[in-house]
Design a protein around this ligand. Structure first.
Ligand SMILES: Nc1ncnc2c1ncn2[C@@H]1O[C@H](COP(=O)(O)OP(=O)(O)OP(=O)(O)O)[C@@H](O)[C@H]1O
Ligand SMILES: O=C(O)[C@@H](O)C(=O)CO
Length: 421
């Protein structure tokens, strides 16, 4: 038998976030880094999440890679596909979410598809089609200052309409409160009226379970990790999924390293706390631009820290500093320079015995995991909402926690290592 559920995620931490939801709902999940090249991943696996790095890629590349992922998932039996994007709808000015969703809908012959980035456990909610983060509209949250994808509008209907060729309608919360049948009927009515997407309000996990139930026959579901909460239950009701599954805690020995490239408020807070306890160094972007061997110097410094405490290396800066750096080097080049150093550091330090890694930030995780040549991950236990440990599958095992920028409490780094010690 093939896999039940397939997913395509537009960044690597987003992929682990979704995989974490599916594991908690009783699925055995493997996350692949990029579109897999062979069949080795599916034995005993209920869901495969293909992690792409397409959030900020050129639109055509994002569409082509997502379609390639879809073909692989369909060839391996996926009965339903989730397109996972950020719970804060992170997209560039041009926007990749709409074009990728359009291409997936067309390729699958899917009807009106759900758009629901809500993740109530992490305070992302949708009301009247507007996305709220920590109780404030998205465009007033710290997401307005994101280095790559500043979000300046909170209306999901407007954002999706600008990005997609299809019409976009709303299923308001008062309908969701009436249950799954009411949501199904509302989506059907929107489809009949010519809409390609239905933004669905969600304020709680109960709402997400109702939406999951309503999506039981949808070929394509789009949203954050929350929208998948109710999907495994649909397979369980059909007798295709057992009631529980064991989570595999990574069993990897080695030194502990945190690499942080996220400039989010949560990550900067986590760094500030960790700095008080652990050896810490900051990546200076000007030095990379001058062609200095920043990765080499930092690796040497890290290896000289002998007290067995975790080592923290970060590039994260506050919005003002990031703006200054970007005004000198450009947004893309600044990001790329930092990511290149993060990847190089991960490779050098892993070769010298650091094999328990926490990486903060989706683009940063993409750079690190790609540089390390990791092909796929087995998803393990949750550390904080939306962030699990995972273990690389293959020759040289690594324990990896890929943390979405804004996730985790102030003590996240310490809490993470405590789970696997
Ligand atoms: N000091 C800096 N100046 C400019 N850019 C930076 C700096 N530090 C980090 N960056 C870049 O900012 C980007 C941060 O994006 P990343 O996806 O890693 O974090 P995030 O968006 O907060 O996390 P997530 O996508 O999981 O929400 C990366 O491209 C990183 O290289
Ligand atoms: O949905 C989220 O917020 C995260 O999984 C994410 O995508 C961060 O990049």
């Amino acid at each position: 038998m093939g896999i039940l559920l397939g997913a395509i995620a537009d960044d690597f931490t987003g992929a682990t976030d979704l995989a974490n939801t599916l594991v908690k709902e009783g699925m055995k999940v493997v996350q692949t880094i990029g579109v897999p090249k062979d069949d080795a991943y599916t034995e005993g696996v209920d869901a495969v999440v293909v992690a792409l790095k397409t959030r900020t890629a050129p639109v055509n590349e994002a569409v082509e890679l997502s379609l390639a992922a879809l073909r692989w998932l369909q060839a391996h039996g996926a009965q339903q596909v989730v397109f996972k994007y950020c719970s804060t709808f992170d997209s560039t000015k041009q926007g990749n979410i709409g074009p990728v969703a359009d291409a997936l809908r067309a390729a699958m012959g899917a009807g009106c598809s759900i758009v629901c980035p809500a993740f109530p456990e992490n305070e992302r909610t949708i009301y009247q089609g507007h996305l709220f983060v920590g109780g404030v509209p998205l465009h007033e949250s710290s997401m307005k200052d994101h280095p790559l994808t500043p979000m300046r509008d909170s209306s999901l209907i407007r954002l999706m309409s600008q990005q997609s060729r299809a019409e976009v309608g709303l299923v308001p919360h008062k309908t969701v409160a009436k249950g799954a049948d009411a949501v199904s009927h509302a989506i059907k009515a929107l489809e009949t009226a010519g809409n390609g997407y239905a933004v669905v309000d969600a304020l709680s996990d109960d709402d997400l379970r109702i939406i999951g139930d309503a999506a039981r026959d949808h070929k394509l579901v789009t949203g954050g990790s929350g929208v998948a909460t109710g999907l495994p239950e649909n397979f369980r009701k059909k007798g295709l999924l057992g009631s529980t599954t064991e989570t595999d805690t990574p069993r990897v020995k080695g030194r502990e390293l945190v690499l942080a490239g996220s400039c989010s408020t949560a990550t900067r807070q986590q760094i500030a706390l960790a700095k008080e306890k652990w050896p810490t160094r900051k990546i200076v972007v000007d030095r990379i631009a001058k062609g200095e061997d920043v990765a080499g110097d930092l690796a040497e410094w890290a290896l000289a820290q002998h007290d067995e405490a975790p080592v923290l290396i970060y590039a994260s800066a506050d919005p003002e500093e990031v703006r200054e750096i970007q005004s000198v080097y450009g947004v893309e080049r600044a990001g790329a320079m930092v990511e290149q150093v993060m990847g190089a550091l991960a490779v050098r330090l892993n070769a010298s015995g650091f094999s328990r890694l926490v990486v903060a930030g989706g683009e940063t995780s993409g750079a690190v995991v790609s540089a390390l040549g990791v092909g796929s991950l087995r998803i393990g236990p949750e550390i904080a909402p939306g962030v699990p440990w995972s273990q690389s599958i293959g020759t040289r095992p690594l324990a990896l926690a890929l943390k979405s920028g804004n996730f985790g409490g102030p003590d996240f780094f310490e809490e993470a290592f405590a789970v696997i010690r």
